[in-house]
Design a binder for this molecule. Structure first.
Ligand SMILES: [Mg+2]
Length: 119
């Protein structure tokens, strides 16, 4: 259980069990999960609101813990949404990174943060 794909499968299995034990599978529709994911992203972003950069030096221990927990919430809803949508997340990431490599060739965009439509 050390490869990234295995980690995602482990998380997916734990989330399936968690939902089944509570009879919550019925509520985990793709729409509900997408909305919950969006809420968790907002909860994560809230920790950074009004900070200059959000770099570690600006954070106290309570903020670090909050950020860690919201990152976990985001990942859990993302994995659950992918599961209920029939998406292999690891394969999807590899597919999208291949597309991004074509869209942003390193030799063309190195050090340039503009979007592909801006250069
Ligand atoms: Mg949360």
């Amino acid at each position: 259980m050390s490869a990234p794909a295995d980690s995602l499968l482990d998380i997916r299995a734990r989330l399936r069990s968690f939902a089944q034990e509570r009879d919550w599978d019925q509520f985990h529709t793709p729409k509900n999960l997408a909305m919950a994911l969006s809420v968790e992203v907002a909860e994560l972003v809230e920790h950074y609101q009004w900070l200059a950069t959000g770099a570690d030096a600006e954070l106290d221990e309570a903020k670090r813990t909050g950020i860690r927990h919201e990152l976990a919430d985001v990942l859990m809803y993302l994995v659950r949404l992918a599961d209920k949508s029939g998406v292999d997340l690891h394969a999807a990431v590899l597919e999208k990174m291949a597309l991004n490599r074509l869209k942003y060739p390193a030799e063309l965009v190195r050090g340039d943060a503009r979007k592909s439509t801006e250069y």
